[in-house]
Structure formats: structure tokens, C-alpha cells
Ligand binder design. Structure first.
Ligand SMILES: [Zn+2]
Length: 157
């Protein structure tokens, strides 16, 4: 026996799930929202359904009609299997791809995609810089101490 599981449109991508004795599931290919998977091991299917409450078990008939109706949707993403009947939903979905990290075709290095960034004040930048510096030192096994961390005089430790 096997089970067919739907990750509904309102679900969420699932990746890197470790289930005892099964290795890591959805490692290279996440189980995306609005898609189906056939899980051959009933026990694994049961665990997934418990772990992710939004997942829905489908019969073979239900799975077929889901796939059929998905094919009939008007708006299709060119980069993945996303489809929708509403253009605005596809536009929203495409913004997600714009933000994804990609590999630069020419150089073969990772590109950090467009992110929504809020303007930082000089103070914010200084804090972020100190934080990054601190993490850098810590990664070298040196714990850095900054003036800000020095306890104020008069405070009983
Ligand atoms: Zn897409």
C-alpha cells in the first residue's frame, strides 16, 4: 500500500525532513505547496501527516481530479509547477522567484536576490557591523568583548 498526500495551496513547502530509518526526505526537491506526492511507506506517510497538519491524504480518484483541475488553470509559472486561475496570484508568486538565491550563469557563484530592505540609520549600520565582526571573531574561537558589554559601575555582579 502507498498513500497519496496533497500539500495544499494554503500549505507550505516542506524540505529536509528526517524520519528514523528513512534518511532525509525532500532534500533536493522540496515538497511544494499545491503539489502531490505518492509515499510508498504507509508509516512514513502517517508520520508526515502528523508532523504537518496541513497535509491532506487523497484517494487515487481525488488525486487524478486534482491534477486535472490544476492543468486547466489559466496562469502558469515558467520556473516551477505553480499554476493559478488568478493573474494576481501568479504575479505574487513570481515575486518569490525574484527573491530566490540563484547561481550566476557566467561565474558559477551564488547571487543574493532582491530583498526588501529597510533603510538603516548610521547607528543601525554600526550595530550590524559590530555584530558581524563579533561573529567573525567567535568563528575563529576568539570571544570578543566590546565596550558596550562592560557592566556599568555600581552594578553588583
Ligand atoms: Zn514558480
Amino acid at each position: 500500500m502507498s498513500k497519496i498526500i496533497l500539500n495544499p495551496l494554503a500549505g507550505s513547502p516542506i524540505k529536509n525532513v528526517q524520519i528514523k530509518g528513512q534518511g532525509i526526505l525532500f532534500k533536493d526537491k522540496p515538497f511544494e505547496a499545491d503539489s502531490l506526492r505518492k509515499i510508498e511507506n504507509d508509516e512514513v506517510a502517517g508520520i508526515l501527516l502528523k508532523l504537518f497538519e496541513f497535509l491532506v491524504p487523497l484517494t487515487i480518484e481525488e488525486a487524478k481530479s486534482y491534477t486535472e483541475s490544476k492543468k486547466k488553470r489559466k496562469f502558469k509559472c515558467e520556473k516551477c509547477t505553480f499554476t493559478s486561475d488568478e493573474q494576481i496570484a501568479l504575479a505574487g508568486h513570481n515575486r518569490k522567484h525574484d527573491k530566490e538565491d540563484r547561481i550566476d550563469a557566467e561565474l558559477g557563484i551564488e547571487v543574493i536576490g532582491e530583498q526588501e530592505v529597510q533603510e538603516m540609520s548610521d547607528g543601525d549600520i554600526e550595530l550590524a557591523r559590530k555584530d558581524a565582526e563579533k561573529k567573525h571573531f567567535e568563528s575563529l574561537g576568539i570571544s570578543a568583548k566590546w565596550e558596550d558589554d562592560v557592566p556599568m559601575r555600581g552594578v553588583v555582579m
